[in-house]
Design a protein around this ligand. Structure first.
Ligand code: PRP
Ligand code: URA
Length: 208
């Protein structure tokens, strides 16, 4: 089992508001950020820290800190951008790369239209972020593209996952751990997640 699902009453509560068709853009964005930050804490629970010496107002102290520059966040455009604020609240100095993909409405296959990564991406641990893991096509294509660039440490953070999407990532990329807030029931005939929250990009950007 490569997936970790947030299991907390407050997440269930926040997801209920997020899913609700009557929730407006402002509240939707705020909730996406908040849940993303919590996903980020979970995804970073195995982070390696470096020994450092700091000075408190009273004395020197040997302690440990994260080298944030070892991390890159890669939102899948567009909807993934909605998760950025929450993630950079937690690791503000992480580098950010972008990949632009859209699902072809007929074939449902992801089409890449943009790709720009930070320097030395191969040396970093990459957190791919996208609120929705539906068929898994977009996430799988993103992981494959990053692996082509030599990236070997990848985690996938999403808010709503479908069982099919999780299965697809497990089959295509068994080395990639998935962190999600919920696993929903199924996909509909248009590959939308049920019950889901609708089109995440449209709800983040208020485009419909
Ligand atoms: C959505 C979502 C994922 C993708 C998930 O993006 O944000 O990227 O669909 O579907 P999949 O798992 O079946 O690939 P969409 O293609 O609607 O683009 P958008 O973010 O620009 O709205
Ligand atoms: N993309 C979305 O935005 N929502 C879904 O339910 C599936 C894919």
């Amino acid at each position: 089992m490569n997936e970790f699902v947030l299991n907390h009453p407050l997440i269930t509560h926040k997801l209920a508001i997020l899913r609700d068709v009557n929730t407006g853009t402002k509240e939707f964005r705020e909730l996406v950020s908040e849940i993303s930050a919590i996903l980020c804490y979970e995804a970073m629970s195995d982070a390696k820290l470096e020994e450092v010496t700091i000075e408190t107002p009273l004395e020197k102290m040997d302690t440990r800190m994260l080298n944030e520059k070892n991390y890159a966040i890669v939102p899948i455009l567009r909807a993934g951008m909605g998760m950025i604020d929450g993630i950079i609240n937690v690791i503000p100095n992480a580098k950010i790369g972008h990949i632009g993909l859209y699902r072809d409405e007929e074939s449902l296959e992801p089409i890449e239209y943009y790709y720009k990564m930070p320097e030395e991406i191969a040396d970093k641990e990459v957190l791919i972020i996208d609120p929705m893991l539906a068929t898994g096509g977009s996430a799988s294509a993103t992981i494959s593209r990053l692996k082509q660039d030599g990236v070997s440490k990848i985690k996938l953070l999403c808010i709503v996952a479908a069982p099919q999407g999780i299965k697809r990532i497990e089959e295509d990329h068994c080395d990639v751990k998935i962190f999600c807030a919920t696993v929903d029931r199924q996909l509909n005939d248009d590959a939308y997640i049920l019950p889901g929250l609708g089109d995440a990009g449209d709800r983040v950007y208020g485009t419909k």
